[in-house]
Design a binder for this molecule. Structure first.
Ligand SMILES: Cc1cc2nc3c(=O)[nH]c(=O)nc-3n(C[C@H](O)[C@H](O)[C@H](O)COP(=O)(O)OP(=O)(O)OC[C@H]3O[C@@H](n4cnc5c(N)ncnc54)[C@H](O)[C@@H]3O)c2cc1C
Length: 412
């Protein structure tokens, strides 16, 4: 059984159902109403290490072929993406990403200015950009459509999704997790997956388990329709500005990573706390978009039509937290999105279901186990999570492992 009907929980449930398991998902609110329903919908083939590159590319493959394996249609925009650097440090960073991503199998190429000018209507190059073209990259226009596709596919393949039913307890017997309790019922299960997103720690604590994650706010905006935005234009990530852009609803979507991010611990909030209560600050996004005002005038001039946000679950090393909880057999975790849980959900769900049903971790995936950090005090967990967030596209992380507290950041 799975706790939480976000992208990670639903994908895990769907893949377990496809493997012939009987599955129940229990969701506190409604499916996809938290982080997954707020995502930018971006999938990114260029990642900071080989495992994440493999998972990201597998996810793209599964998203574009969703109907073939899940039996339910899913619309995916396939415009590719540009990665742009405008400082020496970031140009070097992208050169390293180019070399390593190609080594790891991703289709990434250097783009010349004519290609950028010809294909990217909303970006006016200032000269001096170093640009990579990533033809594999895709996005899903409205994040709810992936959630709905997972929900439909779960129904088709026999997984039950219970909504508006918070899990209030995890039962244990003889040192194992044996099921969950809600106000309505007890559900016995040999496998319990904690996929509670920003609430993953407190759900783990229901079983006395420690999950090494720190939730951090992330925000984006969508402008009103703007004439210079062609809906078919590619995704753009300007790495020195730590910002991503894509066409959305006739306007532009822009989101980014501030250097002074906001940790949000739902455990310290009232029990009713939800994503709607995450404090939003348009000033943060405005400071980020100001860095590309000359190149992307629409993002500054067009009025803001939507401003939304939610929680990333950041891990100390920027990698997913996926696998069995060592000191409590039967309890598993599907989390540690580090900003790419939406896009990596197809492959993460597949890998975790494979691990649960076969008993063996798929190659490399045991490196994502929740137990890999050893004990860490809460303040270190938060500090390291914030560092990962603030260095999302930071050259330091690629240049020197020693410069980072641990590992390299994840990337959506
Ligand atoms: C503004 C924004 C933009 C983003 N853009 C991207 C992007 O472009 N690409 C990308 O890959 N990722 C993106 N992300 C990150 C992505 O949204 C997350 O990685 C992903 O949604 C995490 O999925 P999840 O299933 O872990 O969490 P959630 O979607 O939050 O789901 C967890 C669920 O658990 C439920 N739950 C909690 N407690 C309980 C309980 N006690 N009982 C039952 N259920 C419970 C919650 O109600 C919730 O529905 C973005 C996030 C934000 C906020």
């Amino acid at each position: 059984m799975v706790i939480g009907a976000g992208a990670l929980g639903l994908s895990t449930a769907l893949h377990c159902a496809l493997a012939g398991r009987s599955v129940v998902v229990v969701e506190r609110l409604t499916a996809g109403s938290q982080a997954s329903g707020r995502a930018a919908g971006l999938f990114k083939s260029v990642q900071a290490d080989e495992l994440r590159t493999r998972l990201a590319r597998r996810s793209i493959e599964k998203a574009v072929s969703f109907a073939d394996w899940a039996g339910v249609p899913l619309e995916v925009a396939r415009p590719g993406s540009f990665l742009i650097a405008r400082t020496d440090q970031h140009r070097d960073y992208l050169r390293r990403e180019l070399a390593q991503s190609r080594r790891w199998g991703a289709d990434v190429r250097e783009a010349d200015p004519a290609q950028v000018a010809g294909e990217l209507g909303y970006y006016r190059a200032g000269g001096g950009e170093f640009t990579l073209w990533c033809p594999e990259d895709v996005y899903i226009e409205e994040p709810a459509s992936l959630v709905l596709a997972y929900l439909d596919a779960c129904r088709v393949h026999g997984a039950v999704v219970l909504e508006n039913e918070p899990v209030a307890g995890i039962t244990r017997m003889y040192g194992r997790a044996t099921g969950v309790e809600t106000a309505e019922r007890s559900i016995a299960a040999p496998v319990v997956v904690d996929a509670a997103g920003g609430w993953v720690r407190q759900v783990g604590e229901l079983a006395g388990a420690w999950v090494p994650l720190a939730p951090v706010r992330h925000q984006l905006l969508i402008t009103a329709p703007a004439p210079e935005v062609d809906p078919a234009d590619p995704i753009t990530r300007v790495v020195d500005a730590a910002i991503y852009l894509r066409p959305a609803r006739g306007g532009l979507m822009a989101g980014g990573f501030e250097t002074d991010p906001l940790p949000v611990d739902p455990r310290a909030r009232p029990a009713s706390f939800s994503t709607d209560d995450v404090p939003l600050d348009l000033g943060v996004l405005r400071a980020l978009t100001a860095q590309v005002a000359a190149e992307v005038p629409a993002v500054e001039s067009a009025p803001v039509a939507e401003h939304r946000g939610g929680l990333f679950t950041m891990s100390p090393d920027g990698r997913f937290v996926v696998g069995p909880v060592l000191d409590l057999p039967g309890l598993w975790v599907a989390s540690g999105c580090n900003g790419s849980g939406f896009s990596s959900s197809p492959a993460i769900g597949e890998a975790l279901a494979d691990w649960i049903t076969s008993g063996d971790a798929p190659p490399g995936v045991e490196a994502l186990s929740p137990g890999r950090f050893g004990p860490l005090p809460d303040d270190a967990l938060v500090t390291r999570g914030l560092w990962q967030y603030a260095h999302y596209y930071d050259p330091v992380s690629g240049a020197s492992e020693a410069a980072a507290p641990a590992g390299a950041p994840g990337q959506d």
